[in-house]
Design a protein around this ligand. Sequence first.
Ligand code: ADE
Length: 229
Amino acid sequence: MRFDIITVVPELLESPLSHSIMQRAKDRGLLEVYVHDLREFGIGKHRQVDDYQFGGGAGMVMKPEPLAGCIESLLQKRSYDAVIYTTPDGQRLEQGICNHLSLKNNILIICGHYKGIDDRIRQKYVTMEISIGDYVLSGGELAAAVLVDAIGRLIPGVLNDETSALFDSFQDDLLAPPVYTRPANWEGMEVPEILLSGHEKNIGEWRYEQSVERTRQRRPDIWEKHQKT
Ligand code: ADE
């Protein structure tokens, strides 16, 4: 799977996608991430990428020409299954969207900065607008990194234990159960007896009950959704 990401701050995307599971996915040839510096398509001597907003108001807006130039140069080489703009006014990211996108081959992500991008770019090129939560980041880069990570880890072969993504929180509209490791007694706090029993079926049932309890207490909205399915 290939991601192309357009940004004015390429450095913000380097580290989050170059370690741990994402780096391993790249090493295995399962994931490719290409970060494109929008400034290379900037206008004039100063490689301008932003400008004042029409109608007044604080904050700069990303100009359409550099974005269009960069997008068109990428479109010449391949077509994209999704052109995503990361923005707080987009559709809120959830596991179902990640599952859906993990089946695609080529995804282009446009990171907004400043006040955002000229709306005509959204109208002309963008097929999906995604927010990673109801708060405002200083740019779309961290949201893009979240997207690549959440989607990339679902690509078959990326996770070592192929089944482990199946038991993630949200995967079946339930939060994940609590987990423990050695020592079995830490500062007088015992690991639940059942997890030491070796009885797979009972452990499975216990985990399910814990998931249900956690979901009911912490996320009644998800619990309601789970009951309907
Ligand atoms: N850019 C700024 N804030 C954002 C958010 N919450 N989600 C996605 N992109 C953003």
